[in-house]
Design a binder for this molecule. Sequence first.
Ligand code: ATP
Ligand code: MG
Ligand code: MG
Length: 554
Amino acid sequence: PAAHVTNFLRQIIEEDLRTNKWGGRVATRFPPEPNGYLHIGHAKSICINFGLARDYGGECHMRFDDTNPEKEEQEYVDSILESVRWLGFDWGEHLYYASDYFDKFYEFAEYLIRKGKAYVDSLSAEEIRDYRGTLTEPGRNSPYRDRSVEENLDLFRRMRAGEFPDGAHVLRLKIDMASPNINLRDPVIYRIRHVPHHRTGNKWCIYPLYDYAHCISDALERITHSICTMEFEDHRALYDWILDELAEVLPWHSRQYEFTRLNLLYTVLSKRKLIELVEGGHVDGWDDPRMPTLVGCRRRGFTPEGIRLFVERIGVSKQESWIDMTVLEDCIREDLNERALRRIAVLNPLKLVIVNYPQGQEETCSAPNHPQKPELGTRALPFSRELLIERDDFMEDPPKGYFRLSPGTEVRLRYAYLVKCVDVKKDAQGRVLEVHCTYDPQTKSGTPGAESRKVKGNIHWLSARHAVAAEVRLYDRLFSVPHPGAGGRDYREDLNPHSKRVIRAWVEPLAAAAQPEERFQFERHGYFVADLRDHAPGRPVFNRTVTLRDSWGN
Ligand code: ATP
Ligand code: MG
Ligand code: MG
């Protein structure tokens, strides 16, 4: 823990360990509902929960909060597990499903009925809402609130047996319809839903609600610190009420703590909106590299290490805040700068012919795999008479201060020779087709005296014969404004029309031979990843992860 910046959660755990509050136990949980793919906001919760367990020698439970059968699917369960593993966390034997506790939830509900703390209500959903009151106005008791224990038990058992249609009755806790905390105004804890569940099939037709199921799941698993986002702050009283009332039959009382959720500018982090983007065809699926989903981040080329660094850097607090996308991008850059090998790609090619280089001759140039890490070795770049350079690296009429190639000037071809532009070939429209240069054979990089003549321009290139054509996808932010949908607009109106551009580019042979998911820095361009789905060695497809520098004017 000393290696980490402290935060209020660490302080609470350290204090609990000091006072031996939990007998030395530290148990957290990450409880997603399997109704969508995880996004970068969930990564914050994952890193916090698994990170605290790791740092204090405890355990973090991977728990599916799968008590709402309508929207839940096995596909989501599988993808969630894969994303948590991908982020670098391991739940060991601690994989749980709230649906495994359906019998327990039911048993405790009967216990609460017998205790006079729960009743079957037969008002409609709309009436219940109406009776609940508002922030300024107390609620009213349901006419069914004083049913006898026997009647409640009978009705609840028949609800379970499937005797009633959806919505006919609910089970509510009997707390206080006048409570200033609306969550305590006799919350509904069970409803009838004749819907099969992805794990329990048709066994149940009554399902518990989140507030009821969550605290019991925590207690059954002997969770110590149940960490959630601020929206649940007002639910904590209910969490504690339920566990207090169950103390005789379920003595463990986990404690709930809240932190602010991650709010990220230039994107949306709500499952509902993410589903709409996929279903509306605004993106190419859940793992579209522009999506803030973890599967999308992965395909974009973000690293688990970079995401973990990001969560560490934004910290944990109870203070509402908005994090700029730049913070995430910087963490990804920082991590990739360390680990990504350097390669050459020409994204917008212009042919350069070295007129004094012998026809048919070729040689290799040695280029470092990582300029700051000589231990990562070098690679051979094939060099020949005809090269590809970036169109941007040549200007016929350069403005002042342009140090790249132009007629009469000399630049260094990185890792190779100095060349001087002696001629330009154009088509009928005046578009430059080829640049002709002479090279100085005495200036090959790495040979004695090669650097004696200094030039300002240093450009990258590929041997035209050896370069491999690649599909390159240039991704940018999904939304063009920091707060998509602000001011009452539909957030979809703020989609960035330039968030994806597909080009045909050229890469060096070693990059073309990469395996899917290999990540590189294409020199002077940015970080790129061989696409997880579409790339194959020899048939390269690269996604731009992030440019070398922030281009969003920050
Ligand atoms: P959404 O609002 O996108 O539907 P959710 O909170 O309903 O998300 P869950 O599957 O219930 O999604 O989330 C699992 C855990 O991840 C919860 O503990 C939740 O608090 C946490 N979480 C979800 N979104 C964020 C976020 N943006 N920042 C931090 N934690 C989050
Ligand atoms: Mg939720
Ligand atoms: Mg939700």
